[in-house]
Design a protein around this ligand. Structure first.
Ligand SMILES: [Cu+2]
Length: 190
């Protein structure tokens, strides 16, 4: 009888967790599809000539998405890097559209004092730094997007999304892209 009871406890906990994962709700009681923890995506990053110059892996964690990437052929130093709203890099990188956001009123910039949880630019990330040889390796974490939907805008939504690398640093303040300049790398997230 004792061993049966001990076995029952984790089973009941597991059932509860499964129910919670299948049907979450926010503070307002609105149901949303829970983030699929462990969901993954990846992107092959090309330069404006279409040559593959890097790659990125995306993994959904319980509170956000971990991005692991490597890239070569960059000018040394800081480069703005963002999640853009359309999964396209051709005919040129403008096809990637603007940043992935949940509102047209989105405020760009991690240091922007006008920014709130209701209007942040979901595509924002810290800068990517390339070494003297043009190689950059980085891990980023963002709680402002999801891989496939749930609490935040999805990378793999109907029109997809892209990881875009800019020629200059993002100052994390200036609208709409932190003064990061042209687009030197683009990867469709799949
Ligand atoms: Cu950008």
């Amino acid at each position: 009888m004792i061993s049966w009871s001990i076995w029952r406890i984790p089973a009941l906990v597991a059932c509860f967790l499964l129910m919670a994962a299948a049907c979450g709700s926010d503070d307002n009681g609105q149901a949303y599809e829970a983030d699929r923890v462990g969901a993954t995506a990846s992107a092959s990053i090309v330069n404006p000539d279409g040559d593959v110059v890097g790659s990125a892996e995306f993994e959904q964690g319980p509170t956000g998405v971990l991005i692991t990437m490597s890239m070569s052929g960059l000018t040394p130093g800081a480069h703005g890097i963002h999640l853009h709203e359309v999964g396209a890099c051709t005919p040129d990188f403008k096809a990637a559209g603007g940043h992935l956001t949940a509102t047209d009123e989105a405020q760009h910039g991690l240091k922007n004092p006008e920014r709130t949880v209701d209007n942040h630019d979901n595509g924002d990330l810290p800068n990517l730094y390339a070494a003297a040889d043009g190689i950059a390796q980085a891990e980023f974490f963002t709680s402002l997007v999801t891989i496939s939907g749930g609490s935040m805008p999805a990378l793999l939504d109907a029109d997809g999304s892209t990881l875009v690398i800019h020629e200059n640093p993002d100052d994390h303040l200036t609208q709409p892209i932190g003064g990061a300049g042209g687009r030197v790398g683009c990867g469709i997230i799949r």
